[in-house]
Design a protein around this ligand. Sequence first.
Ligand code: GTP
Ligand code: MG
Length: 662
Amino acid sequence: MGKTKVALAGNPNVGKTSLFNVLTGTRQHVGNWPGVTVEKKVGETTYNSEEIEITDLPGTYSLTAYSIDEIVARDYIVDEKPDVVVQVVDATNIERNLYLTTQLMELGTKVVIALNMSDIAESQGIVTDINRMREFLEIPVVKTVAKKGQGLNELLDVVVEESKKKTLHIHEIGYGNDIEKDISELEFLLEKDENLYKHYPLRWLSIKILEGDNNVLAKIQNSQVKDEVDEYLKKIDTDYYEALMADRRYGTISSVVSQVCTGCIHKVTPSDMIDRVLTNKYLGLPIFLALMWGAFEFTFSLSAPFMDLIDKGFVWLAGFVADNIETAWLASLIGDGIIGGVGAVLVFVPNIFILFFLLSILEDSGYLARAAFIMDKVMYSIGLQGKSFIPMLMGFGCNVPAIMATRTIEDHKDRLVTIMITPFMSCSARLPVYVLLGGAFFGKEAGTVIFGLYVLGILVAVLTAKLFRSTILKGDPAPFIMELPPYRIPHLTTSLMHMWDKGYTYIKKAGSIILVGVVVVWLLASLPFGVEYGSANSLVGTIGHLLEPLVAPLGFDWKIAVSLVLGFVAKEIVIGSLGTLYGTGEGSGLMERLQADPELFALNSLGLMVFILLYMPCIATVGVVKQETGSWKWTLFSVVYGIAVAWIFAFIIYQGGLVLGF
Ligand SMILES: Nc1nc2c(ncn2[C@@H]2O[C@H](COP(=O)(O)OP(=O)(O)OP(=O)(O)O)[C@@H](O)[C@H]2O)c(=O)[nH]1
Ligand SMILES: [Mg+2]
């Protein structure tokens, strides 16, 4: 016997991925906001010698799909036909969640309900009688707490049992005489095409046709009964039918809910009270900014002593290499190249760890979703929807998943604008550059300068959106109703896991791509043979001097020019290559050596930070822009636009500062 195929479906933010993780022992990203998972993920587990393949799907409210992530979920359920669909239901909100259940039942899928977040429901005094729920819906219901791994065995028992059942009892929702008549007439029509009734339940197809579901209508267009169905559709108003049928489903659901659940009727929760302050019209934005500023200040001051320690360690190591390795070129490769370059990048590990720990706490508590809510109005006024703010927020971590997260945006133009502006969000790879230069030239003000850079990134994104919306991507944003997840006490292990994942990725990068980068810089700085290391006559000097005129108006010298070019691969390489070019020695860290360079001072280092903030993030981001837009034209445009904006801002800062006499 083959594997049993199980899909995890359900509304957004109900704990599907959490359940997937505990079932398969993997660690996919979970987050306290709707729309974390945008692609399907497959994993496996064995239960009582039964092999089970589990697919985690993006959240969806119904099987009528609008955005790309919803289409992924729906296509999987409709076309791949998993043996059993486990619908994860939020026990604190069954009324809304059951809408999807009705659709799954209509599709004739074997459904098992995992009544998740039972812990929260209990604490809110919501009591669901699962036996009655089973009776009413005629499908199995199991209570789970995905976060703590409770109820898994019982769930798997039921899933395996369901998968073995031969026949399926379909619980039908009655739509009233008129609609039922249309449904049977359509069923009669569709029966003529074998391809259709072999693959889909006819009742479901008929209902979807009456609702005017585009995806199903497309299937009909390729069938033998196309003309007859088209003819039939002429005499009905699908919008009216869709609303009427939704009404019927909600009617059925509320009668079920009132029978099985006490305490399900919405009352004012603690979350609502907190929200009165945190999402207040006047207080919301200042609180958000204050929290972000606090996060950066905290990251900066808390990590400083650790950075210092690591820095001292590398300085010592460089000295040790210089004293003990006799072969000059080898000493230079290890000392100047590897320790100077990779060491300079590793110094920032504490920053990355702390920042991600803080962001993860904000995310898990539910606050980041509020940030999107607060920004919704601001976003709308610049021609975007609140949904666009979620990718932008994720961009603070890494632009690559952030750009993929735009899949939750239904409107094509909205999505394109969001993809174009997300790279301006300052990702974690850029942070070390700010810490280095800010620390070297702004002393105590560094935290504020860094915060300012993050805000500048948001501003440039916002202005860009406004510009695009009034020129190349004209149009109004689609209206969007944001669903706020409840506040939860952040889970320490989840946050530590996030922190470790990000920190470890950073360390791995230092040992791979950055290592390669700095060795290349070292080679360029040492060749041709006999030349003085990193001098104007070396290869890197020649290349740098060729590039210098391009960035001279910004106050950058040739070393910076070379580092910026290499920074196209990844932003950390800017530091790695500066570390290599400035070399090691004299018992000082990179920060001191930058300070000692007469060519570098507060004004042009600020310009440099801004340039690094705004120009193309990295190769991986370019790749994902191509993948998500499917267009080289937009990809190229995004790169060129970023560089141009970066150049203009750095120019204004440097030349403006000079004029003002800084
Ligand atoms: N208290 C409690 N929290 C849970 C439970 N299951 C999940 N969570 C939390 O709920 C939030 C959402 O979990 P996810 O697993 O990302 O939800 P999802 O359904 O995959 O969400 P999308 O991918 O956005 O559709 C996270 O903060 C989880 O830690 C549970 O049983 N109890
Ligand atoms: Mg998920």
